[in-house]
Design a binder for this molecule. Structure first.
Ligand SMILES: Cc1cc2nc3c(=O)[nH]c(=O)nc-3n(C[C@H](O)[C@H](O)[C@H](O)COP(=O)(O)OP(=O)(O)OC[C@H]3O[C@@H](n4cnc5c(N)ncnc54)[C@H](O)[C@@H]3O)c2cc1C
Ligand SMILES: C[S@@+](CC[C@H](N)C(=O)[O-])C[C@H]1O[C@@H](n2cnc3c(N)ncnc32)[C@H](O)[C@@H]1O
Length: 660
C-alpha cells in the first residue's frame, strides 16, 4: 500500500515567505525569488528565444522536479505569453512529493502581485490535487500543467513524455540527498527530447558529475544573489556505458503522427465525444462532431444528475489510478460551470451497508489522504447527510453531482467544433489519406482522423466490430423535492444513489439490466430503485412521501451504459485486427516475445468508449489521453494506465491465451 502523502508543512518567516519544515529549506531565495527563477531557469534554458521561435501549432514541454509554490511555472507561463505566437502551446510537467494546500499556495503566491492574473487562474483550478497524475488545463487549453503527485523517483518512471527543458529544483542537494541521485538523472535523460536543455540553482560537484554521467553536458555559469555559481547544460545523448531504456512494445508504441492537416471527425456527442472534441479543439484542430440525435447528450450522458462516484482500490490498480486522476480532471473542469444548476460539490457519502463494504472502507481510509476521503461513523454520517442513516461510511468532500448535458454542451461549444446533428454514421471507408463517414451511400463528412465515441454502437463499424463492448441498460427515477427532502445535503450511495435536488427534482439511480434492449422506463425498475432508496435511508423515503403515491406515476429515464470486460475504458489508436494477429502470432507460443514488427495501425482511426458507470470521471480525461496520443504529447496518465486502457489490449490477451 502506498503511504498517504501529506501536504507540505510550512513555516512562514517575518516577510511572509514559506519554509519547508521537513527539509528545513526555503522555497525560493530570500532576496528576489522572481529574479532568481528567471535567471536560473528561464534564461539558462533560453526560453524567451525558444518560445518566440515556436510556430503557430508548435509547443514546448518543460519538466520540473519540485513544483512547490508554482513560482517557476508561473514565470515560465508569463514569459510564454510574452513571446509565443497565438496557437503555440506550453506543456509543463512537474513532480511534487508534498503539494501545498490550496490555502498555503494562495498565501505564497500573494507575494508576487505581478503574477496575480496567472496565479488566480492556477488557484481557481488547484482543486482535487491528489496522488498520481493530475492534469490542469489553463488559458483555454493554451497551457497544460501536469502535476505528478508523489516522489520523483516513483512518478517519473511512469511518465511518457519528451521534455525540451528541465528545471532541476527540489531543495539543496545537502538538505535533500534522497532526490538528487544518479537514478533520478537517468530518468531525466530517458525523458529528454533531442536537444533538451537543463538548469539548476546548485553547482555542487557531485551533482554536475552525475548529470554528466547520465548524458547531459553540464557547465558552471555565474550565479545570482547568494549563489556564486549555478549549472546549465544540454542533453547530448544516451551515454555509451549505460544500458538504454527498453523500447516500447510495438503494440503500445505511439503511431506516427498523421499528416499536417489537423482535422478530425468525432462520431458521437456524449461525454466521451464532447470531451474528445474539446481536447482536440484546444490544440487547434478543426473538429466535426457527428451526432445522430438533434443535440448533444441524448443517450447515457443525458440524465439530469450523475454522481462523481469514486470506486477506489487500496491496492493502486490501474483503474483506481485512473479514477483518482479522472476525478481530479473532471472536478477542475466543473469549476468553469454554474454551481447549483450544472453541478454541485455537495460531497458524496458511500455507506458501509454491509461488513464487506465496511472492511473495504477501512482499507481505503488508510490508503488515501483525508482531503480525498474520510471515514464517518453513523452519527457523523447522518449529521453530514441531513437525513437519518443506518450506517456510517466514506465521505468524499470534493465529490458531488453533475448535470452531464451541461458538461457536454460546454465542451462542444468551442469555436473549432462544428456539431453535425441528425448525422448517423453507418459505415467508415478509407480513401487515400481520408476517412469517409457514410450514411448509406451519402457521404456525411471526411477527415484524416476519426474518433469513434458512440459507446457500444461503435461495434457497427467493421474496423471496431471485435472490441468487447457490452450494453447494460440502466434506469433512473426522478423524485419531486419536498419541504422535508430539502434536508438532504449530500449525495448518498449504497447499491444505488440519491442526490440533493436539482431544479426541484432528486435523481435516484440506477438499475442494472444486462438483457433488455428496450429503453421504455418500467415500473419494475422504479420499484427496484425505491428498494435501493429504502436501503440508503427510510427516513428520506418518508420525507419524499413516496408511500403516498402510486409507483406507476413515477417518472424516469433509461439508457445504455457501455462496458468492457475489465471495466476500464477503451481509449487510443486502433490496429487492423487480422494484420495484428498475424504480426504478433509468435506471442501465442511465447508471451515474452517482442517481435520487431511495427503495429499495423489503421492510421488515423481512434476510439474513446467503454466508460461504463463512471463516464463523468473517466471520459473527460480520456479526451486528453486521446489528444496526447494524436499530438505526440506527454500522456496525462502513467504509461501503465494508458496501456491498460489501450484498444490493443484485448487482441493481445487473446493471442497470449491462444483464444485469438
Ligand atoms: C442509468 C445510468 C446512470 C448512470 N449514472 C452515472 C453516474 O452517476 N456517474 C457517472 O459517472 N456515470 C453514470 N453513468 C454512466 C455515464 O452516463 C456514461 O459512462 C457516459 O454517459 C458515457 O458517455 P459516452 O459518450 O461514452 O456515451 P453516450 O452518452 O451514450 O454517447 C454516445 C453518443 O454517440 C451517439 N452515436 C452512437 N453511434 C452513432 C453513430 N453511428 N453516428 C452518430 N452518432 C452516434 C449516440 O447518439 C450518443 O449521443 C450512468 C449511466 C446510466 C445509463
Ligand atoms: C525549492 S522547492 C521548489 C520550488 C518551486 N519550483 C517553486 O517554483 O516554488 C522544492 C520542492 O521539491 C519538492 N520535493 C523534494 N523532494 C522531492 C521528491 N523526492 N520528489 C518530489 N518532490 C520533491 C518539495 O516538496 C518542494 O516542494
Amino acid at each position: 500500500m502506498k503511504p498517504v502523502l501529506p501536504h507540505a508543512q510550512l513555516d512562514w518567516d517575518d516577510q511572509g515567505r514559506p519554509r519547508s519544515r521537513v527539509f528545513d529549506d526555503v522555497y525560493f531565495s530570500d532576496k528576489s525569488g522572481l529574479d532568481e527563477t528567471r535567471y536560473v531557469f528561464l534564461e539558462q534554458n533560453r526560453l524567451a528565444e525558444r518560445f518566440a521561435a515556436l510556430p503557430a501549432a508548435g509547443r514546448l514541454v518543460i519538466g520540473e522536479t519540485g513544483f512547490g509554490t508554482g513560482l517557476n511555472f508561473l514565470c515560465a507561463w508569463q514569459l510564454f505569453e510574452q513571446h509565443a505566437v497565438a496557437g503555440a502551446r506550453l506543456h509543463f510537467v512537474s513532480v511534487e512529493k508534498y503539494p501545498l494546500s490550496p490555502a498555503d499556495l494562495q498565501r505564497a503566491l500573494a507575494l508576487w502581485p505581478e503574477l496575480k492574473p496567472l496565479a488566480d487562474q492556477l488557484l481557481k483550478h488547484y482543486v482535487a490535487i491528489h496522488q498520481g497524475f493530475q492534469r490542469i488545463t489553463l488559458a483555454n487549453g493554451r497551457v497544460t500543467l501536469t502535476l505528478l503527485i508523489g516522489d520523483a523517483l516513483e512518478q517519473l518512471p511512469q511518465l511518457d513524455a519528451q521534455i525540451d527543458a528541465w528545471f532541476l529544483d527540489g531543495f539543496a542537494p545537502a538538505k535533500n540527498p534522497d532526490m538528487w541521485t544518479a537514478e533520478l538523472f537517468v530518468e531525466l535523460a530517458r525523458l529528454a527530447a533531442p536537444g533538451s536543455t537543463i538548469s539548476t540553482f546548485t553547482s555542487t560537484g557531485w551533482v554536475r558529475r552525475l548529470l554528466n554521467a547520465a548524458g547531459f553536458k553540464m557547465k558552471r555559469t555565474p550565479g545570482i544573489g547568494h549563489k556564486w555559481e549555478i549549472l546549465r547544460g544540454e542533453f547530448l545523448g544516451w551515454p555509451a556505458d549505460v544500458a538504454p531504456p527498453a523500447p516500447e512494445k510495438p503494440w503500445f508504441a505511439r503511431p506516427a503522427p498523421i499528416s499536417a492537416e489537423r482535422r478530425a471527425l468525432v462520431i458521437g456527442a456524449g461525454l466521451a465525444g464532447c470531451a474528445t472534441a474539446a481536447s482536440l479543439a484546444a490544440r487547434g484542430w478543426q473538429v466535426s462532431l457527428l451526432e445522430r440525435h438533434e443535440a448533444v447528450a441524448q443517450e447515457a450522458s443525458g440524465n439530469p444528475q450523475g454522481v462523481l462516484y469514486l470506486k477506489l482500490s487500496a491496492h493502486g490498480t490501474a483503474l483506481s489510478q485512473l479514477i483518482v486522476s479522472g476525478f481530479g480532471y473532471t472536478r477542475r473542469l466543473l469549476e468553469t460551470l454554474q454551481r447549483g444548476t450544472d453541478w454541485d460539490d455537495c460531497g458524496v457519502l458511500q455507506l458501509a451497508f454491509n461488513a464487506k463494504e465496511a472492511e473495504r472502507h477501512a482499507q481505503l481510509a488508510d490508503a488515501f489522504a483525508e482531503d480525498l476521503l474520510q471515514w464517518l461513523d453513523q452519527p457523523e454520517a447522518q449529521a453530514r447527510a441531513g437525513v437519518a442513516l443506518a450506517h456510517g461510511g466514506l465521505y468524499y468532500p470534493e465529490g458531488g453531482w453533475v448535470h452531464p448535458p451541461a458538461l457536454c454542451q460546454a465542451q462542444a461549444a468551442q469555436a473549432n467544433i462544428e456539431l453535425l446533428s441528425h448525422h448517423e454514421v453507418l459505415e467508415l471507408r478509407k480513401v487515400d489519406e481520408h476517412w469517409q463517414a457514410f450514411d448509406g451511400e451519402r457521404l456525411l463528412a471526411s477527415a484524416p482522423v476519426v474518433v469513434l465515441a458512440g459507446a457500444a454502437e461503435i461495434k457497427r463499424f467493421a474496423q471496431s466490430a471485435e472490441l468487447p463492448l457490452k450494453r447494460i441498460r440502466g434506469q433512473i427515477t426522478c423524485l419531486a423535492e419536498t419541504a422535508q427532502s430539502q434536508a438532504l445535503t449530500t449525495v448518498v450511495c449504497a447499491e444505488g444513489y440519491v442526490a440533493p435536488a436539482r431544479l426541484g427534482e432528486h435523481t435516484l439511480g440506477a438499475s442494472f439490466d444486462f438483457n433488455s434492449d428496450d429503453l421504455t422506463p418500467t415500473t419494475a425498475e422504479h420499484q427496484g430503485n425505491l428498494a435501493m432508496l429504502e436501503e440508503i435511508s427510510s427516513d428520506l423515503v418518508a420525507r419524499l412521501h413516496l408511500n403516498e403515491q402510486p409507483v406507476e406515476s413515477l417518472q424516469g429515464r433509461a439508457a445504455f451504459r457501455c462496458t468492457s470486460p475489465d471495466y476500464l475504458p477503451i481509449v487510443g489508436p486502433l490496429a487492423d485486427r487480422e494484420a495484428f494477429i498475424q504480426a504478433y502470432a509468435a506471442l501465442s507460443k511465447d508471451a515474452r516475445q517482442i517481435p520487431d514488427i511495427a503495429c499495423p495501425w489503421l492510421d488515423g482511426l481512434y476510439v474513446n468508449s467503454g466508460h461504463g458507470s463512471r463516464g463523468l470521471i473517466t471520459a473527460p480525461l480520456s479526451g486528453e489521453l486521446l489528444a496526447a496520443w494524436l499530438n505526440n504529447e506527454p500522456l496525462p496518465l502513467p504509461r501503465s494506465v494508458a496501456e491498460a486502457c489501450h484498444p490493443n489490449r484485448f487482441a493481445l490477451r487473446n493471442l497470449i491465451r491462444g483464444t485469438r
